[in-house]
Design a protein around this ligand. Structure first.
Ligand SMILES: Cc1cc2nc3c(=O)[nH]c(=O)nc-3n(C[C@H](O)[C@H](O)[C@H](O)COP(=O)(O)OP(=O)(O)OC[C@H]3O[C@@H](n4cnc5c(N)ncnc54)[C@H](O)[C@@H]3O)c2cc1C
Length: 423
């Protein structure tokens, strides 16, 4: 029997729309445009992975379902749909390791939880060291990881070559390889599947996803927030949670407080598809570049942030040029591969390369930001602890250390080394 979709796509799509969306199909999310109610228990601002995961765990763990996720564009079109999908938990300090490890464990069962395949692939993540000092730093991190119960290995250049024969380990290379760490449970998760999986689940639970609805202001009286002003009118709620990544400082301004966040463009690019040749993810802090191969065969390459601050989602060509030439020196075989397309997101960078998750100086207003270049891997873990914080008006044990007041108390968690190229 021929399927409707195979016979004639235009007709099929038309007939699906005409006959109404099949409940819980993927289409019903992309085409739904919910009119918001006047009141909710919780409004989550930002329809990225973090916002949707927060709504999901508010329902799953705390029984709160009268929620709206308000998104100015379409869900998953921010950093969630623009990242390079790397997940791992091998951070240096205990606070970060435990938070990212919690997330990695949630990725493990997320496909079953959401009944949607998020394609977690444990292909392994390498962090290369290109000098004696870097090798010592990487080895120190491997030891710290092991002390925190996180799988981590230190490999010699010869051992690295066994994993990926195409890597150049010549000692005379411009970036000679001294060693590397490997987290075997690290790998990739499909970013669009995460957006779709959470969105479909929220639809099933009855949580409103309000797309194309820009939040323009917070409604605050006597330092207590109780609503938002949007281009679809005012909406009220007992609690408001902000998960807007690169737009976070705009919301702090609306709440009349300051965030130590800078917004920067971050770029990535892909090549034409080639046959499978590189299984793991390879990152290099010194080179400031990283590469993996997508299931479709494209090389996915990324770099550090563009140095200037701003709210645009466009980067500069020199970043692409520098990182690509470094990758070609590490993998000379890639020199003939053509680049296909580039893009950029807008990331929220904090001074200690760690997130801010918690209460704000405004009562009932909560913030989740500062994930910078590496927050995709934290999506379920971040939603889990942020939901706990919102439901209980106090942090979960895993995000206690990530409060905004650490910038006043000085209890910073410097993850610049492990965040590195940042993924
Ligand atoms: C090129 C690139 C590569 C990356 N690679 C990795 C990686 O490999 N691994 C990793 O762990 N992380 C990576 N990251 C970082 C990661 O993507 C982010 O940290 C993470 O996705 C942030 O998720 P989010 O849900 O907080 O933000 P977003 O997905 O950006 O969601 C925020 C949402 O808020 C909405 N919003 C903003 N303002 C308003 C408003 N006024 N009203 C309503 N809605 C609003 C936006 O439209 C957006 O959809 C990368 C980022 C980029 C850009």
């Amino acid at each position: 029997m021929k399927s409707r979709l195979n016979t004639n796509n235009t007709y099929s799509l038309f007939s699906i729309i005409k006959s109404g969306f099949k409940k819980n199909s993927v289409l019903d999310i992309s085409m739904s445009n919910k009119t918001p109610k006047k009141n909710y228990d919780v409004i989550v601002i930002g329809g990225g992975g973090h916002g949707m995961a927060t709504a999901y765990y508010l329902a799953k763990n705390h029984g709160i379902t009268n929620i709206a996720v308000v998104e100015k564009g379409l869900i998953g079109r921010g950093n969630t749909g623009r990242n390079t999908q790397v997940v791992r938990s091998n951070y240096l300090w205990t606070e970060s390791s435990l938070l990212y490890e919690h997330s990695l464990k949630l990725w493990n069962n997320l496909s079953q939880d959401l009944n949607f395949n998020v394609m977690y692939t444990k292909r392994g993540v390498f962090s290369l060291a290109h000098s004696y000092q870097e090798a010592r730093d990487v080895a120190r991190r491997v030891t710290a990881n092991k002390l925190n119960g996180i799988d981590s290995l230190y490999l010699t250049p010869k051992e690295i070559k066994e994993y990926m024969p195409i890597i150049n380990i010549s000692p005379t290379a411009r970036y000679p390889i001294f060693g590397a760490s490997l987290q075997k449970r690290g790998g990739t998760v499909h970013h669009d599947a995460v957006a779709w999986g959470f969105a479909r689940r929220l639809n099933q639970i009855g949580i409103d996803i309000v797309q194309n609805c820009e939040v323009r202001n917070l409604i605050i009286k006597n330092n207590i927030v109780n609503g938002i002003s949007t281009d679809k009118g005012d909406i009220f709620a007992n609690k408001i949670a902000v998960a807007v990544a690169g737009s976070s400082t705009r919301f702090a301004e609306m709440g009349n407080f300051k965030l130590p966040i800078e917004s920067h463009p971050l770029q990535a690019w892909v090549s034409e598809p080639i046959k499978p040749i590189l299984n793991p993810v390879v990152m290099s802090n010194a080179v400031h570049a990283y590469v993996s191969q997508a299931e479709k065969g494209e090389l996915v390459i990324g770099a550090g942030i563009d140095k200037y601050i701003g709210y645009s989602q466009r980067g500069s060509f020199n970043v692409i040029e520098n990182a690509t030439s470094a990758i070609i020196e590490l993998f000379p075989a890639f020199s003939k591969v053509k680049l296909l397309r580039t893009w950029a997101g807008l990331v929220d960078v904090s001074p200690d390369a760690c997130p801010i998750i918690g209460n704000t100086p405004v009562k009932n207003l909560y913030i989740n930001c500062g994930w910078g270049t590496g927050g995709f891997k934290a999506t379920p873990g971040s939603g889990y602890v942020f939901a706990h914080t919102i439901a209980n008006d106090k942090p979960h044990i895993l995000n206690e250390a990530f409060s905004l007041d650490r910038f006043a108390s000085g209890k910073l968690i410097d993850e610049h080394g492990a965040a590195g190229v940042a993924h």
